[in-house]
Design a protein around this ligand. Sequence first.
Ligand code: URA
Length: 434
Amino acid sequence: MRPVDIIIKKRDGLELSPAEIRFFIEGYTSGAITDYQASAWAMAVLLNGMTDRETTELTLAMAASGETLDLTGVVDFALDKHSTGGVGDKTTLVVEPIVSACGLRVGKMSGRGLGFSGGTLDKMESIPGFRTNLSKEEFLLQLKEVGLVLTGQTDDLAPADGKLYALRDVTGTVDALPLIASSIMSKKIAAGAQRMVLDVKVGVGAFMKNLDQARALARIMVKIAKRVNRKAVALLSNMNQPLGNAVGNALEVKEAIDTLQGGGPKDFREHCLQVAGNLLLLGEAAGTLRAAKQRAAAALEDNFAFERFRQLVIAQGGDVSYVDEPAKLPSAQFIEEVPSPRAGYLKWIDAKEVGETSVELGAGRLKKGAPIDHAVGIVVHHKVGDKVEKGEPLFTLHANDKTKLTFARKRILAAHKWSPKKVKPLPLFYGSVK
Ligand code: URA
């Protein structure tokens, strides 16, 4: 077999055989297939798609590209959550501690920023000292002893995804349904997850732009989970406007801490309760979703979830004084509050524009492996449906470069649209797939 023939076959819209898929993934993992060949192949997949059979084979090949973790003996059943990627999506930072505060062990392997969407690891690294590169042994020990882990994918778990993920981020090949499904599910399978909540984002600030695409992604992921005897629930959630208010690494950590202490933006808090509730239900910590959400809310009110977050940071070498005093987190040199240029009801806050502008400010990467600026980002002060007066604060920019700040101001102003008439708030969820 030759890599170029597999690229050509996909370029021509033909279905790859399981053997071809395995050959390509094994070759890319070992280095026999180069980044430029994998980029061309990923672009062909993006343009021509894959059948369910190909996507499933791709997932299994990626999961088998390294070691797999067996968590039996450490937990009764391994719980996990994963988001397909959004703007302002700091859900894991709140949901994991909630679930842990409700008595379930949860160990998660997260990713870095991808395209315009932020990454949990980048966010957590805003806390000085916080390690996101735990070894497999450290992961298992912490899961057993602390009951809560949040780390990066180890190099030996689904290494094919580790390589492809970073490559897709900088080659315009992120928003391909088969690549997203296989990326997420290969990691979940390799990391030993047995029951999982998949947060499938839909809207301009998501990789799936409409409900049909999001449902298709949710269905294939749930189908793959069943094929390997795991249980998955996919929630379809709105990503047309940023989730919560903050976009940017340290800014999102601050918002997550605020939420863990019982505050935080209403939409973000409700989103977290829904995701945590579904996890608690899967983890048999409650009999109904309603009861599960009540338990989750109580964990926030009682500060138990916040305390679990502190324990997590301490366990992974982070300086917990930054959690206790979030004002110490990295802060930008230029902070500018931008007033609303007009009065009216907000009818649109383009999440993708906000995400991309945040990347431009330095919060994400334009090149594989590039450093990021934890301090920069954007805080929007309103949600779609809000009535805003002229001159009222509309958003705040956090920048370390004046030129970028000017550019961001223009772009975020243009991302807001008003209506003279009342506008309905956006729904948070569009249902689920089981
Ligand atoms: N999250 C992932 O882990 N992979 C993707 O491709 C998209 C979101």
